[in-house]
Write a protein that binds this ligand. Structure first.
Ligand code: V47
Ligand code: SF4
Length: 375
């Protein structure tokens, strides 16, 4: 149980010292201490501690990978209030459904490029089911046997398994047998049940999200985890969310990366909510880095927060800048991300990381280093 308020407001509180001592000694901080950091930790204090953890875990490296996204559809049976992207039906020009041929043609456009990962994620389409996607993945693997397929949020998977009348284990095993390698971190939003009922009722519950990731880990499919922050949640809700992830990671060790996702407020039903500041973004990265001691990596998704914030975030715990070559998920461009057509060449990404004082390291999905760009 996480207390709603820590009974201290003094910046000189002994808790500052206790937390610093724990972090320096490589010890875990408690949920109460995490909440204290959210309520009283300055940007400089949290950033300094996060950097200690970052360097301990990842040295001076900042990772990126070469991937691209396929979004088969934005038609979705759900109606998340923060989503700027989903359409219930093929409304006007805004709803899209890619045919299998279009998807495979998109894959083929990357034929000559050294891409290591494809990230497949989209709306929860009532007709694109488990067996359709399993066969699609198999075809992708036939064309590019070397590529890592990171696909389907737990929300999509819950729906697919329910419709196909299979257990999560059976459904995930079918996808794995057809070539799926891992799961992305989306759909987690914020785990608190009351908030979830307000912002994304009906879709996979928090317990289901966690169960699907646990099942994936147990059959040898690693995954990522996200947290949608900066909307109606309180600091307590963020601590609770990260605590549920930390507990699961203690059990399975199957998460690769934690990715905080800043709520963007354009074109959705929560547009009246102001976006949080960059200071808050950086503090959030730093506190996540300090709290999630059993996650090796912390990712800033630059198409969402912008290149400059991503660059600064490397001093606040972040060791990974998701590096799509020339594309990103439309979920962000439609929600008001910094740049509606985000694009960075490998050279630009490498320069951005170097200017931030870190060593760029191109990685595969599992963080094996493919190439180091040291001077
Ligand atoms: O679950 C939707 C988020 C997620 C908005 O695993 C929004 O490597 C902000 O999870 N403002 C999907 N966020 C994308 C995702 C992801 C992205 C990049 C890398 C990985 C990975 C995963 O996007 C959704 C939701 O939390 N989202 N709408 C919005 N208005
Ligand atoms: Fe559908 Fe995902 Fe958008 Fe929710 S966030 S409405 S599940 S596409």
């Amino acid at each position: 149980m996480i207390p709603s308020k820590i009974e201290t407001s003094s910046l000189n509180s002994p808790l500052h010292k206790i937390i610093e001592k724990k972090v320096r000694a490589g010890e875990r901080i408690s949920t109460q201490e995490c909440l204290y950091l959210y309520e009283h930790g300055s940007l400089s204090f949290t950033g300094r501690l996060a950097n200690i953890v970052r360097v301990r875990k990842n040295g001076n490296y900042t990772y990126f990978n070469r991937n691209f996204h396929i979004e088969p559809t934005n038609i979705c049976v759900y109606d998340c209030k923060f989503c700027s992207y989903s359409r219930l039906t093929k409304q006007k020009e805004e709803g899209w459904e890619m045919t299998e041929e279009e998807i495979l043609n998109k894959l083929k456009t990357y034929d000559s490029q050294p891409i290591t990962e494809v990230h497949i994620v989209g709306g929860v389409h009532p007709k694109m089911g488990l067996h359709y996607f399993a066969s699609l993945i198999q075809k992708i693997k036939t064309i590019r046997p070397d590529i890592h397929v990171k696909a389907f949020t737990a929300v999509e998977l819950e729906y697919m398994c329910r419709k196909a009348k299979v257990t999560y284990k059976e459904g995930l095993q079918i996808l794995k047998d057809h070539g799926q390698n891992s799961l992305p971190g989306g759909g987690a939003e914020i785990f608190d049940e009351e908030l979830r009922a307000q912002i994304c009722a009906d879709k996979a519950t928090s317990a289901q999200w966690l169960e699907i990731h646990e099942t994936a880990h147990r059959i040898g499919m690693p995954s990522n985890a996200t947290m949608l922050y900066g909307h109606i949640e309180s600091f307590t809700h963020r601590v609770d969310h990260m605590n549920r992830l930390r507990l699961l990671q203690d059990k399975t060790g199957g998460f690769n990366t934690f990715i905080p996702l800043k709520f963007r407020n354009k074109n959705n039903q929560m547009s009246h909510i102001a976006e949080v500041s960059i200071i808050e973004d950086l503090r959030n990265y730093a506190i996540a880095r300090i709290f999630l001691d059993n996650f090796k990596h912390l990712k800033a998704y630059w198409p969402m927060i912008g290149k400059s914030t991503a660059q600064i975030s490397m001093s606040f715990g972040v060791d990974d800048i998701d590096g799509t070559i020339d594309d990103s998920t439309k979920i962000y461009s439609m929600a008001g991300a910094e740049d509606s057509h985000p694009s960075l060449s490998t050279e630009e990404l490498v320069a951005l990381i170097k200017q931030g004082g870190r060593i760029p390291a191109e990685r595969d999905t599992l963080y094996n280093i493919i190439k180091e760009y040291a001077d």
